[in-house]
Design a protein around this ligand. Structure first.
Ligand code: ADP
Ligand code: MG
Length: 278
């Protein structure tokens, strides 16, 4: 039976993002705490609405221990609001962890960085492996979209919704804010592919450790030039050469040299770290 708004009570507001507000909710029948994202669709075009619906339907099929679980959606036609109901991630997102460390002058531990690397890679593998046809490309991998559950395990979130809710024709619109993680192929107006997600993953892991993105600039032109050249400093020296190396391989300008998900997971250091996680 489809859920209705009456099945839940709102506990509080978590935050407001670019496309709506996230609220912490409780399911009345069993007390389970979840979140919903409220999005107004009143000003969307018919085709944007169609895309939103099909995207949400797709999300419902992505079930993986490192992907934020989407449970349901409720459409309130009188208010023109869609509520997307999903798993609550108690540990917050990586963006908050990065800014906290930056503020305190501290760094995440090497082990934490490896754990994020491995679990985020496993989540991406699940997206990219979609059978009946197309891979789900995340396209918006950034610290704010990587959540942690109560046990500090990765939950990748916000799939494609960002993409649905904006027009794809211009890069300026594809990226809200400074596109620090934009891959060289996107800079060169080539098409997005699985390897572009790997680039963004590398940039995100780099920022998690270095507390600054690998490429920074005060304007988009300079940023694009730096991305095309692809040179960036080593991670802070408290991080191992192995970690620096694997992140460096992900941020490889030449697409064919950039590792696939499977080759990251087959890496001997990654395998050793993965064994120690389990
Ligand atoms: P944004 O456009 O900034 O991504 P969101 O609507 O996705 O905005 O998120 C708004 C706030 O809610 C952010 O602080 C985000 O960390 C938090 N949030 C989003 N999804 C979840 C979730 N599943 N569990 C816990 N917090 C979440
Ligand atoms: Mg978000």
């Amino acid at each position: 039976m489809p859920s209705t708004l009456e099945d839940f009570e709102v506990i509080g507001t978590i935050g407001t993002g670019s496309y709506g507000t996230c609220k912490k909710i409780r399911r009345k029948k069993d007390g389970k705490v979840m979140v919903w994202k409220e999005m107004e669709y009143g000003s969307m075009t018919e085709s944007e609405k169609q895309m939103l619906v099909s995207e949400v339907n797709l999300l419902r099929e992505l079930r993986h221990q490192h992907i934020v679980r989407y449970y349901d959606r409720i459409i309130d036609r009188t208010q023109a609001i869609i509520y997307i109901i999903m798993e609550y991630c108690q540990g917050g997102d990586l963006a908050s962890i990065i800014s906290r460390n930056r503020k305190d002058g501290t760094h995440v531990s090497e082990d934490f960085a490896w754990k994020i690397l491995i679990q985020a890679t496993l989540a991406l593998k699940e997206c990219h492996r979609r059978k009946n046809g197309k891979a789900v490309l995340h396209r918006d991998l950034k610290p704010a979209n990587v959540f942690l559950d109560a046990d500090a395990n990765v939950k990748l979130g916000d799939f494609g919704l960002a993409r649905v809710l904006q027009h794809e024709h211009s890069l300026a619109q594809t990226y809200v804010g400074t596109p620090y993680y934009m891959s060289p192929e996107l800079v060169n107006n080539q098409s997005y592919n699985e390897k572009s997600d790997i680039w963004s993953l590398g940039c995100m892991l780099y920022e998690l450790c270095a507390l600054t993105p690998p490429f920074t600039a005060t304007n988009e032109g300079d940023l694009k030039r730096k991305i095309r050249i692809g040179q960036f400093p080593r991670l802070p020296t408290q991080y191992s050469l192995e970690l620096d190396m694997i992140i460096r391989r992900m941020i490889q300008v030449e697409v064919s040299m950039r590792p696939s998900i499977d080759s990251i997971l087959a890496d001997s250091v990654v395998q050793r770290k993965q064994d120690s996680l389990n």
